[in-house]
Design a protein around this ligand. Structure first.
Ligand code: AGP
Length: 614
C-alpha cells in the first residue's frame, strides 16, 4: 500500500522526507514524490520507479522549506506515471496532498468540481481531494482555522478510505492530516512534528507516537498538535512509546531484509515467549487477553480470521488448539468472513492475526465479529495498530519490525504464540501438569533448535540452485504440515514468481498428481514419525512418475536419501513445534530460489507489505 511521510518543524524538510520514503518503500512502490513549502511556494518533485530516482532528482532541485510531505505509491486508480504520482496539487495550486486509500465516490465529486471550473491533471481519485478542499477553502468565511475547517467540510463528502497529509500554500508551518481506515500516526518531537503511515519512517526522530483513529483529523504545527473529529469535537490523545530502535529496522549487513529476518527468528521466538510462562513452568500466561479463566472455559468454539501468511498461521493454530485444548476451531479468510454471515455459536471467540495490524480485510472481519457481539482477540506485531486497538484484547508478537514484504519471523512468532495459546487453553481444561511441563521445556529449547536448522543454509542454498530453473512445484504435507506446505508454496510464489501450490499430501492423488512429472518437483514436509509410512507412500507415488523429491524429515528417521533426491533433516522436537521448525527450510529454499532467479526479494512485484485496500 502507499506510504505517507510529513514534517513540520525547524529543520529542512527534504532529507527527512526522503529518508522516510526509503523506509516506507517496502509498503508499496511504483512511484514516489515530495512537496515542500517555502515563501508561500510549493516545490514539488515526483518520479516513477524506486525512491532512489527521486533522491537523485532532489539532489539537483531546489526543495527549500521546513514543512513538507512525501508519498510512495501503490497504484489503485490510474497507471504508473509522474502525473499520477503524489503529492497532487489543487487546481489553483493552493493545496498539496498525499493520500493512501480509495475514494469510492470520486467520479461524482469530480463531476461536481468540473461543473465549477476545476480541471484535473491526473487519472487518480486522490487529486479530487485536493480540489474539493480548495473548493471549500474558497467558500470558507471563518478565517480562524480556515485550512482545518476546509478539510473537515471536504471530507464529509468523501466515501471510501483515506490516510491524508495536506499542506496549504497560504498557511506556512501548518499541516492537516486525517485518517479513515488507512493507518496514520503522529510523531511528537521537540519543536517539530511528524506524520507517517508507518512508524518505521520516523522512528529515528522520535519514540513518542500518537495513532490517529478512524474519523479523526489533526492540525500540526512545529510546537503542537490538536486532534478532533470531522465535526470538530475534541478527542482524547493517547500517546504510545515505540518499543524498538530504528537500528532494528536496518539490514545489519544482510543482503536482504528477508534474509536478516529469517535469521532473526531465534531472537523473535524468544521475544514472543519472554515473560509468558507460569512460575511452575507447566503452562503459558498472557497479560492482554482481558478474559477470566472462567470466561475462557465457557468458550465452545474459536474462529480465526486473517489474510495471506497470517491466514496460514490460523490453520496451524487450528491444529494445535484442537489437538491440545480440545476446542473446536474454524478458520476463515478475513475477506470472506466479512460478507459470509457465518452462523456461529454464541460462545464463539473470534481471533484475528495480523502482523501489521492494519490489513483492511482483517480489520473489517474484526468489525463484523464485534458488530455481532462476539468477543474479539488479536495476535499482532505492531503496538497501537488499528487492529490492536479495535480488538477486545490480544497478544503482541514482539517480533520487531518486519521490513521484507514476505513474512518470515512474524509468521513463526504467530505460530509460536498459537502453540502457547493451545498450551494455556489446554492446561485450564484437560492437559496434565506433566504434559504442560514437557511442552514448556520444548518451547524453551525452540530458539536453539531453529538455530540448528538455520545452520543448514548452505546446503539448502545448493538444493535451491538445483530447482531454481523450474516453472512449477508442489508442496505437500499432512496434518499440521499441510499449512507449512501452503506457506512454502506462498513464499516461493511471492518472491521467486515460480508457480507453486500446497496440498495435503494424501490429497495429491485426487487431481494434482496429474501435474507430477520430471518438470514438476515435489517438496514434502514429512517430520512426523507417526505417519511417516503414509508420506513415504506418497513420495514413492510421485517418484514413480519421475518427479524429483525434496523432503524435510526428522533427523535419523527412516526417510533417508534412498527415498528422496534431496533431504533436509530437522532435529527431533515436540510435535506442537514441528510446524515452526519445518518452516525454516521452506523460507530459506524460497529465498535462495528467488536469489538465483534474480528477483527483487524485499520488494516483489505487485506486492505490498500491508494491504490497506480491499
Ligand atoms: C506474507 O508473506 C504476505 N506478504 C501477505 O500474505 C501477508 O501475510 C498478508 O497480507 C497479511 O498481512 P498482515 O499479517 O499484516 O495482516
Amino acid at each position: 500500500m502507499c506510504g505517507i511521510i510529513g514534517y513540520v518543524g525547524n529543520k529542512s524538510a527534504v532529507q527527512i522526507l526522503l529518508d522516510g520514503l526509503i523506509r516506507l518503500e517496502y509498503r508499496g512502490y511504483d512511484s514516489a514524490g515530495i512537496a515542500t513549502l517555502a515563501d508561500s511556494q510549493f516545490h514539488v518533485l515526483r518520479r516513477v520507479g524506486r525512491v532512489e530516482s527521486l533522491i537523485n532528482a532532489a539532489g539537483e532541485a531546489d526543495m527549500a522549506g521546513h514543512v513538507g510531505i512525501g508519498h510512495t505509491r501503490w497504484a489503485t486508480h490510474g497507471v504508473v506515471s509522474e502525473k499520477n504520482a503524489h503529492p497532487h496539487q489543487s487546481f489553483h495550486g493552493l493545496f498539496s496532498i498525499t493520500h493512501n486509500g480509495v475514494v469510492e465516490n470520486y467520479e461524482s465529486i469530480k463531476e461536481f468540481l468540473l461543473a465549477r471550473g476545476f480541471t484535473f491533471e491526473s487519472e487518480t481519485d486522490s487529486e479530487i481531494l485536493a480540489n474539493l478542499i480548495e473548493y471549500h477553502f474558497n467558500k470558507e468565511t471563518d478565517s480562524e482555522n480556515r485550512f482545518l475547517k476546509s478539510v473537515q467540510k471536504a471530507l464529509f463528502h468523501v466515501r471510501g478510505t483515506y490516510g491524508l497529509a495536506i499542506l496549504c500554500r497560504d498557511c506556512a508551518d501548518e499541516m492537516v492530516v486525517a485518517r479513515k481506515s488507512s493507518p496514520l500516526l503522529i510523531g511528537v518531537g521537540e519543536g517539530e512534528m511528524f506524520v507517517a503511515s508507518d512508524v518505521s519512517a520516523i522512528a529515528r526522530y522520535t519514540h513518542d507516537i500518537v495513532y490517529l483513529n478512524d474519523g479523526e483529523i489533526a492540525r500540526l504545527t512545529p510546537a503542537d498538535f490538536s486532534i478532533t473529529t470531522l465535526r470538530n469535537e475534541s478527542v482524547d490523545v493517547v500517546k504510545c512509546e515505540l518499543d524498538w530502535q530504528i537500528e532494528d529496522a536496518d539490514r545489519s549487513g544482510y543482503e536482504h531484509y528477508m534474509l536478516k529476518e529469517i535469521f532473526e527468528q531465534p531472537r523473535a521466538l524468544e521475544n514472543a515467549m519472554r515473560g509468558r510462562f507460569s512460575d511452575d513452568l507447566s503452562t503459558a500466561r498472557f497479560g492482554g487477553l482481558r478474559m477470566t479463566i472462567r470466561e475462557l472455559r465457557q468458550v465452545d468454539r474459536i474462529l480465526f480470521c486473517a489474510c495471506g501468511t497470517a491466514w496460514i498461521a490460523c490453520l496451524v493454530a487450528e491444529y494445535l488448539i484442537e489437538k491440545y485444548a480440545r476446542i473446536p476451531v474454524e478458520v476463515e479468510y478475513a475477506s470472506e468472513f466479512r460478507y459470509k454471515n457465518s452462523p456461529l455459536d454464541k460462545n464463539t471467540l473470534v481471533f484475528v492475526i495480523s502482523q501489521s495490524g492494519e490489513t483492511l480485510d482483517t480489520m473489517a472481519a474484526l468489525q463484523e465479529a464485534k458488530r455481532k457481539g462476539f468477543r474479539t482477540l488479536a495476535i499482532t506485531n505492531v503496538v497501537g495498530s488499528t487492529i490492536a486497538r479495535e480488538s477486545d484484547g490480544g497478544i503482541y508478537q514482539h517480533s520487531g519490525p518486519e521490513i521484507g514484504v514476505a513474512s518470515t519471523k512474524a509468521f513463526t512468532a504467530q505460530i509460536c504464540v498459537a502453540a502457547m495459546l493451545a498450551l494455556y487453553l489446554g492446561r485450564i481444561r484437560d492437559m496434565s501438569f506433566e504434559e504442560g511441563v514437557l511442552f514448556v521445556q520444548a518451547l524453551h529449547d525452540l530458539p536453539n533448535v531453529v538455530e540448528r536448522v538455520l545452520a543448514q543454509k548452505d546446503s539448502i542454498e545448493k538444493i535451491a540452485e538445483k530447482y531454481a530453473h523450474h516453472n512449477d512445484m508442489l508442496f505437500l504435507g499432512r496434518q499440521e504440515m499441510f499449512p507449512i506446505a501452503l506457506e512454502g508454496a506462498l513464499k516461493l510464489k511471492e518472491i521467486s514468481y515460480m508457480h507453486s501450490e500446497g496440498y495435503p499430501a494424501a490429497e495429491m492423488k485426487h487431481g494434482p498428481i496429474a501435474l507430477v512429472s520430471e518438470k514438476c518437483p515435489c517438496f514434502f514436509l514429512a517430520p512426523q514419525r507417526s505417519i511417516l509410512q503414509k508420506n513415504i507412500a506418497n513420495i514413492q507415488e510421485v517418484r514413480s512418475r519421475r518427479a524429483k523429491v525434496i523432503a524435510v524429515a526428522t533427523v535419523g528417521s527412516e526417510l533417508g536419501e534412498k527415498f528422496v533426491d534431496d533431504l533436509i533433516p530437522i532435529p527431533e522436537v515436540h510435535p506442537a513445534l514441528q510446524p515452526i521448525v519445518a518452516t525454516i527450510p521452506v523460507q530459506l529454499f524460497a529465498y535462495y530460489v528467488a536469489k538465483f532467479r534474480g528477483c527483487d526479494i524485499d520488494k516483489p512485484r505487485n506486492l505490498a507489505k500491508s494491504v490497506t485496500v480491499e
